[in-house]
Design a protein around this ligand. Structure first.
Ligand code: WTA
Length: 632
């Protein structure tokens, strides 16, 4: 491990160098990995197309870097400790050698099913070690994985399977979540019944539910891999070959498949992991995200393994069997770096500190936050009660599209300031733009957060629709990557993220487009039209507020209709996207040209009763009064 910066001065010097000589900077870092063939060019790029190529001509397999490369030194080192949902059940662990062997066996199984380089494979799985094996086996055979969060519905699964034209789904019979068991297999059966691209489904037994297996299509996970060889020659991948697709929501349309490629993603996730968390040999790292989100991809699977780390994977939830679970797990595995989301911190904060103080958290060295802005109260609580006022809080800002952490402190090296994500990592060149696209140079002025230079793990395209990638990220401001976030910079050069400036809402760290939720609501038979906005929510960060016009007048039926709308959203997207508030309205505030004035709806959802600014363009201003009167 030679990637780690060890002082703030060294960070500053590296940062300067990374901006002045980016190719030399990243070339030297890339040299520390194992390449089957070295690259010809470090970087070719053009943000207009966009076309971004890192380490072109280089050939590698990321799994040789995160498994084989480590075996001489780490064969018997634990790669993962697995902590089950049930606190009384026995955990498991897997060493680097064992993980290598399992991945090879699974790779041989995939080959047997006819999976080839470039084929797409969907993974819809719980937080178990076999999921990591499945992910890495895809990478080893050169198949492109598309992990779908197991909280998404059958319908959402089908959309993603179809878009990627996946040949295979890897899933489990079900998953354990607190006191509940969730059936995944029937969700898959339902979802893929109209997906002609699917040839096989691999099913892992997690909850012993003995699901019906479809002859010729379904295969048991262990039946496939038992008896397979523990050797598998990793596929030769070009640096710019696809590693994975991950679907994420934007302001318009259906979720899009963000594409990451092999070489750049490898270099950046490992580099950012070691530096942000200041991971040291022998430390135990724990990221509480789900593998279905980018945080799980980059900081449960790829970053830590590339760096030869030991991590924890947790199957359960923070409040089961009680709100001390996270701290019990930290104590049990002597976790050194802990990485979670503000929504979890706020939820646990509401249970008080007695339960925290039952556990020994003295092993912690760095505590991290990701997914949404962390408010000052939660930051302080986290710093004082979890980090005992001695661990730095790394507030890491990044996105599915950025592949890795972009703005953050580096462990205890950097100055901290609550609610400020902090400084750009080396190689990251953020700017704040005004609405005309000019760079804002003054301090403390809000602007659109953009990037003016590529970094190795920037998205390359959106799967099957390059125009969409260009329009979403590279067309708002010529020559810049646009993040969709608003931010400010303070006099010390630290960034503070304000939040999304588009129609994306962030609910408990999960991203949704308001249009996507509206589409789901509109599938309900009672609904004529709807408008969805986010509003501040104490625990979730943002809640979902839906204004709905229905074709039933009888108020006595409203409760039934509201619950039927929740069912529609659960069916179309998943329960994670269900509205917190549904207000039935007689009409939506529209301009004469028919555009919904969301600005007004947002204010009402925030609790405003008046002062809606200029409403002169509204077709019927009375609509607003009636919405305010009945607001929830
Ligand atoms: C938000 C998650 C403030 C932001 C890694 C971004 C944050 C979106 C932070 C990406 C943070 C993420 N402070 N806001 N530390 N981290 N965000 O793609 O709005 O699920 O654009 O990636 O989350 O969400 P995504």
């Amino acid at each position: 491990m030679s990637l780690r910066i060890q002082s703030f001065e060294e960070y500053q010097a590296n940062y300067k160098n990374s901006v002045e000589n980016p190719e030399q900077f990243w070339g030297e870092i890339a040299e520390t990995f194992f390449w089957q063939k070295k690259w010809d060019n470090v970087l070719d790029w053009n943000f207009n197309e966009p076309s971004i190529e890192w380490f072109k001509g280089g050939q590698l397999n990321i799994t040789e870097n995160l498994l084989d490369r480590h075996l001489p030194e780490r064969a018997n080192q634990v790669a993962f400790y697995w902590e089950p949902n049930d606190i009384h059940a026995e955990g498991k662990s897997i060493t680097y050698q064992e993980l290598h062997n399992e991945v090879c066996k699974f790779s041989n199984g995939l080959k047997e099913l006819g999976i080839e380089k470039g084929d797409r494979v969907c993974i819809y799985m719980p937080m178990v070690l076999e999921s990591v094996v499945a992910i890495l086996a895809c990478a080893r055979v050169g198949a492109v994985h598309s992990i779908i969060f197991a909280g998404f519905s059958a319908h959402a699964l089908a959309d993603r399977v179809d878009d990627a034209k996946a040949k295979l789904v890897i899933t489990a019979d079900g998953l354990n979540r607190g006191t509940k068991k969730v059936d995944l297999k029937s969700m898959v059966d339902e979802g893929i019944k109209n997906c002609p691209s699917i040839e096989n489904v691999i099913i892992l037994n997690c909850i012993d539910s003995q699901p019906t297996m479809q002859e010729g299509r379904d295969i048991d996970y262990y039946q496939l891999i038992n008896g397979q060889s523990t050797m598998f020659q990793a596929e030769k991948m070009e640096a710019e070959d696809m590693l994975f697709i991950l679907y994420t929501s934007g302001s318009t349309g259906k979720p899009k498949g963000v594409v990451h490629t092999c070489g750049g993603y490898m270099v950046y996730t490992s580099y950012s992991f070691e530096n942000v968390f200041q991971y040291n040999e022998g430390d135990v790292f724990w990221c509480t995200a789900d593998i279905g989100w980018i945080t799980g991809h980059s900081y449960i699977v790829y970053g830590p393994l590339l760096s030869g780390a030991t991590s924890v994977i947790f199957e359960g939830i923070p409040t089961f069997p009680d709100a001390g679970r996270f701290w019990q797990v930290c104590e049990k595995y002597k976790v050194n770096q802990f990485y979670t989301a503000p929504t979890a911190i706020r939820a646990l904060m509401s249970h008080g500190t007695d339960i925290v103080n039952e556990y020994d958290l003295s092993s912690l060295k760095v505590i991290g936050s990701v997914g949404e802005p962390i408010n000052e109260e939660a930051w302080n609580w986290y710093y004082e009660n979890i980090g005992k006022s001695k661990c730095p809080v790394v507030d890491t800002w990044w996105q599915t599209e950025t592949g890795g952490i972009m703005l953050s402190g580096l462990g205890d090296l950097s100055p901290m300031n609550p609610t400020h994500a902090g400084y750009p990592l080396p190689g990251i060149q953020p700017v704040l733009l005004d609405s005309k696209g000019n760079e804002i140079t003054e301090n403390e002025k809000e602007g659109y957060l953009c990037m003016k230079f590529p970094w190795p793990s920037i998205l390359r395209t959106t799967y099957g629709d390059h125009e969409r990638c260009k329009n979403t990220y590279f067309s708002n401001y010529d020559g810049y990557y646009f993040t969709g976030d608003g931010a400010k910079r303070n006099k010390n050069g630290m960034y503070r993220i304000i939040g999304r400036v588009d129609d994306v809402i962030n609910v408990s760290g999960h991203r949704f487009g308001t249009a996507e939720i509206e589409c789901a609501i509109n599938t309900n038979k009672f609904v004529i039209e709807s408008a969805v906005v986010g509003y501040p929510h104490d625990i979730k960060g943002q809640g979902i507020y839906a204004y709905v016009v229905i074709d039933i007048e009888n108020e006595e039926d409203y409760a039934i209709i509201q619950s039927s709308i929740i069912d529609s959203v659960s069916n179309e997207i998943g329960r994670i996207a269900k509205p917190d508030k549904i207000q039935i309205v007689t009409g939506l505030p529209k301009t004469r040209s028919g555009k919904i004035m969301r600005r007004i709806l947002r204010k009402i959802a925030e609790g405003e009763k008046a002062n809606f600014g200029d409403t002169s363009t509204l077709l019927d201003p009375n609509v607003v009064d009636s919405i305010v009167e009945n607001s929830i």
